[in-house]
Design a protein around this ligand. Structure first.
Ligand SMILES: [Zn+2]
Length: 203
């Protein structure tokens, strides 16, 4: 049974293979294919100037890693040329390795993005709980000391936490729609609960 590369696969892979192998040329002899011939509306159903060569000569192994673009001259020569075949196998391994590295890299990025979001959620909760507890206990708390205390709590919890990110959490907790606010008394910044406006009642 043979499974040839489908026309659809060929169309999808062409750009990828060109980008991977740095140009629209025969991978073996580097002879460029004429760009004017690379018009697939014109070439539909006709012969394209390039061929897809199976690097390991296994025509059932239709992975993109296993193909390069090839001119008809090289395609005819390869079955009798052991140097070309050795180069082809090296190229296949190189492609597989690059693919593997790319997968590994993507996974790594995704994992670190996930854990960053998780840590940010956790640290924000630590911050909110600390402020709520301390403000309700003491009426108000010192801004600078609060930052240091929260950084310490975050580091103890998950080994992360910086004064800068804590400042951002505090800014959120003390924003216009949040229950807390930051005010200055005698040059000292403090955090306390917002007092409901009594402007209308006092006059
Ligand atoms: Zn060639």
């Amino acid at each position: 049974m043979t499974n040839n590369i489908t026309d659809r696969q060929k169309a999808e892979w062409l750009d990828i293979v060109i980008a991977r192998d740095s140009g629209y040329h025969c991978w073996y002899c580097k002879k460029p294919f004429s760009l004017s011939q690379n018009d697939f509306s014109e070439y539909q159903g006709k012969m394209a100037p390039h061929l897809f060569d199976h690097l390991n000569n296994d025509r059932r192994d239709n992975r993109i890693d296993n193909v390069v673009l090839c001119c008809s001259g090289c395609n005819n020569k390869k079955p009798h040329d052991s140097d070309m075949q050795i180069l082809a196998i090296e190229k296949l391994h190189d492609n597989e390795k690059r693919d593997y590295m790319r997968e590994k890299f993507t996974k790594k990025v995704r994992n670190s993005e996930n854990s960053e979001v998780q840590i940010s959620k956790t640290n924000f909760q630590i911050c909110l709980q600390y402020v709520t507890k301390k403000v309700d206990q003491f009426g108000h708390i010192d801004f600078k000391e609060t930052i240091l205390a929260i950084v310490w709590k975050c580091r103890k919890n998950n080994n992360t936490g910086s004064p800068q990110s804590t400042r951002n959490y505090l800014a959120t907790i003390c924003c216009i729609s949040a229950p807390f606010e930051i005010t200055k008394i005698d040059g000292q910044k403090i955090i306390h609960r917002k007092v409901k406006s009594t402007k209308n009642d006092s006059k």
